[in-house]
Ligand binder design. Structure first.
Ligand SMILES: C[S@@+](CC[C@H](N)C(=O)[O-])C[C@H]1O[C@@H](n2cnc3c(N)ncnc32)[C@H](O)[C@@H]1O
Length: 246
């Protein structure tokens, strides 16, 4: 993880001063890039599985959504949900986030995608939906809706048109997640995948990278819209409005 100038300065400060820096009021958020290397204050103490550039990218992408909702697949502790929801505030949009949280733990272990999030030890460390909701509320997030379940089981009854789809759930099923929700994408909606760039970015995964390359090759994108930041690949969907068919 890259050290910011703020990290170096904080390392030199006495404990009491460090504590004060951790509890800065919202109107001091202009200092976030210096202190944390992110555009906005990060949710301190909440594990976020994103680099600083990825946090800013997600925040910017969500800020640009002015039509439809944002759907996140894979919430875990709510770290990425926080950055999406903060961005979504700009146009008063809602972030829906699907995760099994502590549901069907044995099934989660069985469906291990190799990332470790499905191993028993990791499942034990996962917070409950209620705990994540509490954390987000403590950070002032009032536009995130947590949905406890597995994406493949939520998809068939999904009805809400999407301005952004962010896929970071079971990595072995990234393509399935895209195809399951793509009919709800509004024209020009943003689609973003985490853990792409296998062989280029250290945390890139082969399965996700292959899935995204296949989707890009199938003409689902607006030409020239692909953007890559660390292991995130994002694009605008080239899909005519086919949402809410049911
Ligand atoms: C890599 S973590 C998500 C990290 C989070 N986006 C972040 O950046 O802080 C993947 C999450 O997806 C969840 N998950 C696994 N299978 C899923 C499924 N079928 N539907 C939704 N979420 C799933 C896992 O339990 C885990 O919490």
């Amino acid at each position: 993880m890259q050290k910011t100038l703020g990290d170096i300065v904080k390392g030199l400060l006495p404990e009491a001063a460090k504590k004060r820096l951790q509890n800065l009021p919202p109107d001091m958020e202009w200092a976030a890039p210096f202190l944390y290397g992110t555009k906005i204050f990060p949710p301190r103490g909440v594990p976020v599985m994103l680099s600083n550039s990825e946090k800013d990218f997600l925040y910017d992408l969500a800020s640009s959504v002015d039509e439809g909702a944002i759907l996140e697949i894979g919430c875990h502790s709510g770290g990425s949900t926080y950055f999406l929801a903060r961005g979504a505030h700009r146009h008063q949009k809602t972030v829906y986030s699907i995760d099994p949280f502590l549901l069907e733990r044995e099934r989660q272990v069985l469906e291990d995608d190799g990332s470790g999030y499905f191993h028993q030890s990791q499942i034990c460390r996962k917070p409950s939906k209620a705990a994540v909701a509490q954390t987000l509320a403590a950070y002032g997030i009032d536009n995130a809706v947590l949905i406890e379940g597995f994406s493949e089981e939520i998809a068939p009854t999904w009805k809400i048109p999407l301005g952004m789809l962010w896929i970071d759930g079971n990595h072995a099923h990234a393509a399935e997640d895209f195809y399951a929700f793509q009919r709800h994408l509004l024209p020009g909606a943003i689609v973003a995948f985490h853990d792409t760039q296998y062989g280029i970015y250290p945390h890139g995964r082969k399965d996700v990278t292959t899935a995204v390359n296949e989707i890009l090759g199938n003409g689902y994108i607006q030409p020239g819209s692909v953007a890559i930041v660390d292991s995130i690949t994002a694009f605008r969907a080239n899909i005519n409005s086919r949402h809410c068919i049911n």
